[in-house]
Write a protein that binds this ligand. Structure first.
Ligand SMILES: Cc1cc2nc3c(=O)[nH]c(=O)nc-3n(C[C@H](O)[C@H](O)[C@H](O)COP(=O)(O)OP(=O)(O)OC[C@H]3O[C@@H](n4cnc5c(N)ncnc54)[C@H](O)[C@@H]3O)c2cc1C
Length: 436
């Protein structure tokens, strides 16, 4: 894997941070108390904090690292409803048609909510309705995707069209797929700029952000909660946990319900404009139907390929070898990128749940919203807002996701160590599917 045109290694930070770097560390005092303590400063935490502050609550957001350190400033910037995570037929089988429709409608509401928020708040984050192309890794996947989208269209009116293999070069510069689908309403944004915009709106509304302050435990007290941090404690009437794939010891019952899964992205050097437009002619966000999927797109200026998927290691890493398999996969799809240097590669954690649904609610008196299973841009913003409305006891805090049972992963610590094995199993099934 060649880096930025020299023998120097690539930058192991998100390329997004070039335009929106994390704030430099500074010593922010820990306030003694708040109405609400929010743990985690990603989209979930900030969205909840913004809603609460505008309702007149004193909100303190506690963040273990720099603001937005987690998935929210390092994701692929692909914005969708999450409605394709579980096939409609399976959803109807599990919940019946009425509940399935409610869940799907709410997926669309999440996409709408996020785009409206960006417009209403004038957040400059390169938001654009570019549409999503999803490549089928086999003819059977193409047919299944067409059936699923047809059901989605019939149930909740999702706009889509199928692109047969013979026409896919209009969408994508590879022959690796057996056709694909386009969801024209899905969108792209610059995630770190979006995060920064949300943070600025939250601070302007009165939210206090305390970075580099890791929460170690949360204790229930007569007056509400006492939040213990590495820098002291804070008394709050309520607490919201918004740690998603970074959930840890601060709330073990929730951590056992989330499986952190590593995801990584490579950014290429600037491409010749004709090459960029041959690879992704319509500038859409792209994914595929594999279990171990790739997600990719051009940068907002249309000059770089940003290619995401799995990396070799499950841990945050600055070892270029951990990104080499993903690089090979990118070259496999686009051989023209083999001589193109990689300038940035980075990784982060998504938070998976056992049922592949996101969850929100109250557990032992503590509010939470998490588990977006890799599709969290719109869902985290929406769930953050909804958990805030619930805390305010507002009826519009209700969601179709409310009473989904949130099961722990049995033997969580062991299961976490077995993630690479599970991924290998999924890769094997993808390989079999590709061979038909
Ligand atoms: C590489 C990558 C690519 C992705 N691509 C996409 C995509 O294209 N589209 C999409 O929809 N989704 C994508 N996602 C998922 C999406 O980024 C997340 O679902 C979303 O950002 C979750 O937001 P959040 O606020 O819930 O959590 P995060 O943004 O992860 O924030 C959680 C925060 O909690 C903090 N924290 C953890 N423990 C503590 C503690 N004890 N005390 C204080 N703070 C704590 C962490 O430091 C972190 O900053 C991607 C994720 C990754 C990692």
């Amino acid at each position: 894997m060649r880096s930025g045109g020299s023998s120097a290694p690539p930058d192991f930070k998100p390329w997004w941070w070039e335009a929106a770097p994390p704030a430099a560390p500074r010593d922010v005092p820990l306030p003694p108390g708040a109405d609400v303590a929010v743990i985690g400063s990603g989209y979930t935490g900030l969205s909840a904090a913004l809603t609460l502050a505008r309702a007149g609550r004193h909100v303190v957001v506690l963040e273990a690292n720099a603001a937005g350190y987690g998935g929210s400033s390092r994701n692929g910037g692909q914005v969708g409803s999450g409605n394709q995570k579980i096939p409609v037929a399976e959803l109807v089988g599990r919940f019946g048609e009425k509940r399935a429709r409610a869940l799907l409608e709410e997926g669309l509401a999440m996409l709408r909510h996020t785009s409206e928020l960006i417009q209403r708040e004038s957040i400059a984050c390169d938001f654009a309705r570019v549409g999503r192309f999803r490549g089928a890794i086999s003819p059977a996947h193409y047919d299944a995707m067409a059936r699923d989208l047809d059901s989605l269209h019939r149930m909740v009116g999702v706009a889509f069209f199928m692109v047969p293999r013979s026409e896919q070069h209009a969408e994508i510069g590879t022959d690796a797929y057996h056709g694909g689908s386009v969801l024209p309403d899905d969108a792209a944004l610059q995630p770190a700029r979006f995060h920064r915009g949300l943070l600025e709106r939250a601070v302007a509304a009165g939210v206090e952000l305390v970075p580099h302050t890791s929460v170690t435990s949360i204790e229930r007290a007569r007056s509400g909660t006492v939040v213990h941090t590495r820098r002291g404690r804070l008394a709050a009437r309520n607490a919201i946990i918004a740690t998603n794939g970074y959930a840890g010891r601060e709330c073990p019952p929730l951590a056992r319900r989330i499986m952190p899964i590593g995801s990584a992205i490579l950014a290429t050097q600037e491409l010749a404009p004709e090459l960029a437009s041959r690879l992704i002619p319509k500038g859409r966000i792209v994914g595929n139907t594999a279990r171990v999927l790739h997600y990719y797109r051009l940068s907002p200026d249309g000059r770089r390929m940003l290619f995401g998927g799995r990396m070799a290691s499950e841990h945050a890493t600055s070892d270029v070898r951990d990104f080499a398999p993903l690089h090979r996969e990118m070259i496999g799809l686009f051989p023209e990128l083999s001589c193109v240097a990689i300038t940035h590669c980075w990784s982060g954690y998504v938070g998976y749940t056992r049922d592949v649904f996101p969850h929100l609610g109250v557990r032992d008196g503590i509010h939470f919203a998490m588990g977006y299973c890799g599709t969290g841009v719109a869902r985290a913003v929406y769930f953050g807002h909804k958990i805030a409305l619930k805390l305010l006891d507002r009826p519009d805090g209700r969601t179709a996701f409310d009473d989904l049972p949130f099961h722990a992963f049995p033997f969580h610590a062991l299961a976490k160590r077995l993630v690479p094995l599970a991924v290998s199993g999924h890769r094997a099934r993808d390989w079999l599917d590709r061979r038909g």
